[in-house]
Design a protein around this ligand. Structure first.
Ligand code: CP
Length: 380
């Protein structure tokens, strides 16, 4: 009996000890509405579905944003908005990439692009192979990119490549019989980032997707960056030039001392944009431009070779600057000191929504490129 009481007391002591714990760190599962379904649903309603532009994406590579028409881009944004409006429908109940394999080859650092492509593919039911170091492939033994691409034909259904060599994506595309997507080729282009950027702008203001936008409703975009050195900025300018009906003016904002014609733009770059109908101006005075800007895009990093350059060290966006009340801030990220965290909990913060939306945008692009658009379109 005595022994029995002892055991009972010990059990009680153990039970009360195990009930003592420090307060857990909790989180809010729902973010602000820029992460929600309202804006993608509005964009979805603003664009009529069309089959042809998306079906036409089968059997083509994505090297430059230049190979995309405005109508194809709008349909991609519509499909991305459809995914983002109702992700469960496709992620749990309709997995159009089942049985398909993605080869995700990233030879430069990446948080967002590599993981969002991988996430997009997996969310649609596919499997993936990831390579993050070219020296683990035959390239280290002198194998040509063309021959590596020949092999990739046997292993997967789509390739995503980030390589600091601008020519690598072109070399591989010459022998690939599966599509390749340029996920950043040196300082040249980052086409899917530009798609994600414009997708964000259209979610913020779906009325811009209309065929005719009144002049008073067009937006003014400030881009703090160097068009000749930053692939994100180069591709963004090119995609904006396809939609002059949305844009009142683009202002490239840069540090004093950079000559517009010599170093800010590559030879012919500015002319190409002007010929496409983009209204383009340069400025060095961020503070005086801000009160008129609807969208403020900032980037400071250019990846060159094996390291990176930082530009525009004098610019820093903080919440006390004279933003328009409804203005949004975009940044391709990774963030540096140019984008203060004090903006994170303001309504100007659309950069996190931009990164989130890139997953849905990439889901839309990948679906079409591997010929599975018919599984997710209503009008087929
Ligand atoms: N936006 C972007 O390209 O980010 P990562 O370098 O992390 O992929």
């Amino acid at each position: 009996m005595i022994e029995c009481r002892c055991i009972h007391a010990m059990a009680l002591a153990q039970s009360s000890a195990s009930d003592v714990c420090i307060e857990p760190i909790r989180f809010q599962p729902l973010g602000p509405d820029v992460f929600g379904k309202t804006q993608p649903q509005c964009l979805l309603a603003a664009i009529d579905e069309a089959v042809e532009p998306l079906v036409g994406l089968t059997n083509q590579h994505v090297v430059s944003i230049q190979s995309f028409s405005a109508s194809t881009l709008l349909q991609l944004f519509r499909l991305a908005a459809k995914y983002e409006s109702n992700p469960d429908r496709y992620i749990r109940h309709n997995t159009p990439l089942t049985g398909k394999i993605l080869i995700n080859a990233f030879y430069e650092p990446s948080t967002r692009t590599r993981l969002s492509f991988d996430s997009a593919w997996h969310r649609l039911g596919g499997d993936s192979i990831n390579i993050t170091d070219r020296s683990t492939t035959g390239i280290a033994k002198g194998e040509s990119l063309e021959d590596v691409a020949h092999m990739f034909n046997n292993y997967g259904d789509c390739v995503v490549l980030r390589d600091s060599n601008p020519e690598a994506v072109v070399a591989m595309s010459s022998t690939l019989r599966i599509p390749i997507i340029n996920a950043g080729n040196g300082i040249d282009e980052h086409p899917t980032q530009a798609m994600a950027d414009l997708y964000t702008i259209l979610k913020w203001r779906p009325s811009l997707a209309a065929p005719n936008v009144a002049e008073s409703d067009r937006i003014r975009i400030g881009i703090i960056g160097i068009p000749s050195r930053m692939r994100t900025v180069r591709s963004l300018l090119r995609i904006l030039a396809k939609f002059p009906r949305m844009v009142n003016e683009v202002v490239v904002i840069h540090a004093p001392g950079i000559e517009e014609e010599d170093t800010l733009f590559d030879p012919g770059q500015q002319e190409e944009l002007l010929e496409a109908g983009l209204s383009l101006r340069c400025s060095t005075d961020l503070r005086s431009e801000l009160p008129e800007l609807d969208v403020v895009y900032i980037n400071a990093i250019a990846w060159v070779g094996d390291s990176y350059e930082v530009h525009g060290g004098g610019f820093r966006l903080t919440r006390d600057l004279p933003f328009k009340p409804e203005a949004i801030v975009l940044h391709p990220l990774a963030r540096g000191p140019e984008l203060s965290t004090c903006l994170d909990d303001t309504t100007h913060n659309w950069y996190f929504s931009q990164a989130r939306g890139a997953v849905f945008l990439r889901m839309a692009l990948l679906t079409c490129m591997v010929d599975r658009a018919d599984r997710v379109m209503d009008v087929v």
